[in-house]
Design a protein around this ligand. Structure first.
Ligand SMILES: C[S@@+](CC[C@H](N)C(=O)[O-])C[C@H]1O[C@@H](n2cnc3c(N)ncnc32)[C@H](O)[C@@H]1O
Length: 212
């Protein structure tokens, strides 16, 4: 694509702004938000961990909706964490070694972050480890079987990985999660239509560290 020299800066700035917009804000009725809220239910008084929380766009919405939520955010990028909303406990670290004890959280979620980790077994094990028995987990990430035009449009991150339902489902089950997956539909005209899969599950009560 040819971009005249004088427009290059603007194009770059626009791309940056769009990127920033997506990193900071999310509609409170976005399908990803709805999936988390409808699966976890009332989060007031609950300890909830956002794995790979970035600049905190999901915590921002959840904190707004559930005033008494005990929300924690973990991300490897310290710079992004600075933009997280007040009132959530943030920690800089890797999801491959989550710095919380076993059976600590009522619910754990991870949105569009697993795709950037080289091996997904460790992070999934870690997310399950810190989850209480009968606690709920939801992972939302990109659908490898999304329509071709959607995949083409969003092929911006060559390092990111897109998943098929079975892969993550198998890993969750191996770690002691009763899981199911669903495609998140949007309006058919939206570029997000069928772009995301949500894997939702409950940690079985008999889970023991080391056995799974
Ligand atoms: C596309 S952003 C998504 C952020 C947030 N979940 C959201 O939807 O707004 C991916 C995030 O994953 C984080 N990330 C990547 N690898 C990670 C790791 N190993 N441990 C923790 N966070 C990681 C990145 O720093 C980035 O903030």
């Amino acid at each position: 694509m040819f971009i005249p020299k004088q427009e290059k800066k603007t194009t770059k700035r626009c791309a940056h702004n769009i990127d920033l917009f997506y990193q900071f804000f999310i509609e409170s009725n976005d399908a990803r938000v709805n999936a988390i809220v409808s699966f976890f239910g009332d989060m007031n008084g609950k300890k909830v961990l956002d794995v790979g929380c970035g600049a905190g766009r999901f915590p921002r919405v959840l904190k707004n909706r559930f005033k008494k939520i005990n929300l924690y955010g973990l991300d490897i990028a310290e710079k992004k964490l600075r933009y997280c909303p007040r009132g959530i406990r943030i920690v800089c670290g890797s999801m491959r070694h989550i710095c919380y004890p076993d059976n600590y959280f009522d619910s754990v979620y991870c949105v569009e972050a697993l795709e950037y980790v080289r091996t997904i077994e460790e992070p999934i094990k870690e997310m399950v480890r810190v989850l209480k028995p009968l606690g709920k987990i939801i992972i939302i990430d990109k659908n490898r079987d999304a329509p071709a035009h959607v995949r083409k449009l969003l092929k911006a991150d060559p390092w990111g990985r897109w998943f098929r339902p079975k892969g993550i489902m198998g890993l969750l089950e191996k770690c002691g999660i009763r899981a199911f997956s669903k495609i998140l539909p949007y309006d058919k005209r939206s570029i997000f239509h069928n772009l995301f899969i949500a894997w939702e599950g409950v940690k079985v009560a008999s889970w023991k560290q080391g056995k799974n």
